[in-house]
Design a protein around this ligand. Structure first.
Ligand code: MLT
Length: 207
């Protein structure tokens, strides 16, 4: 596998310290592969960073899957795009010689939604996930066996896009699937806040 055959435009930053997980960085709507590189460096210094750009364009803004309206997802496209992303992870791991079994997603908003979808539809792809302001992307039946996979959810108490019950429902779904979920609430809206970033940094440091 060479980097030419990888199916997402992406950035890869090699590890500076051996043995750490690779962070799979997944931007929000309108973002790109550069957006979360500094966040990744802050969350787990020295870790390799793999940062793809979402392939779907909404009025020119990259996303990881189509939506029909705010918070209303095109589930068929979501399933297809989740498969593409789940296939990209081991392909990139082989091209860059990183451990495919130790990749932790860090997603914001739309990126957090596809990370959650990847856990629910393609368990085994991710060794863990940091989800900043996710929604419930879909509710598969049966639920997967996530077998203790660690998940951090950062949510805002006044998020106008993600109602409180939505964050709680995602935490519940992941727990019912066997994930070890930490749900962190911070005062504020949909933006990524400093306190949740620091809490996620501490959480990652303890894995
Ligand atoms: C989504 O579409 O994934 C969520 O509504 C959040 C967003 O990207 O605005």
């Amino acid at each position: 596998m060479t980097t030419q055959t990888l199916t997402f435009t992406h950035q890869f930053v090699p590890a500076e310290r051996p043995g750490l997980p690779t962070l799979l960085l997944l931007h929000g709507t309108g973002g790109n592969e550069y957006d979360l590189l500094d966040l990744g460096r802050m969350l787990l210094p020295g870790a390799a960073l793999l940062s793809p750009r979402g392939k779907v364009l909404e009025h020119g803004m990259p996303r990881f899957f189509r939506r029909l309206a705010e918070g209303m997802f095109d589930v068929e496209d979501l399933r297809f795009r989740t498969g593409e992303l789940a296939d990209f992870v081991p392909a990139a791991a082989s091209a860059y010689d990183i451990d495919a079994g130790n990749v932790i997603a860090v997603g914001f908003s739309n990126g957090a939604n596809i990370a959650a979808s990847t856990m629910l539809l393609r368990p085994g792809t991710l060794a863990g996930a940091v989800l900043f302001h996710p929604m419930v992307p879909l509710e598969p039946e049966p639920l997967p066996n996530l077998n203790g996979t660690p998940v951090f959810i950062g949510a805002g108490t006044a998020d106008p896009i993600v109602p409180r019950r939505n964050s709680e429902r995602l935490a519940q779904l992941l727990r019912e699937s066997g994930a070890a979920v930490t749900l962190y609430w911070q005062p504020g809206g949909h933006g990524l806040g400093q306190s949740e970033a620091l809490a996620a940094q501490e959480w990652l440091g303890k894995l």
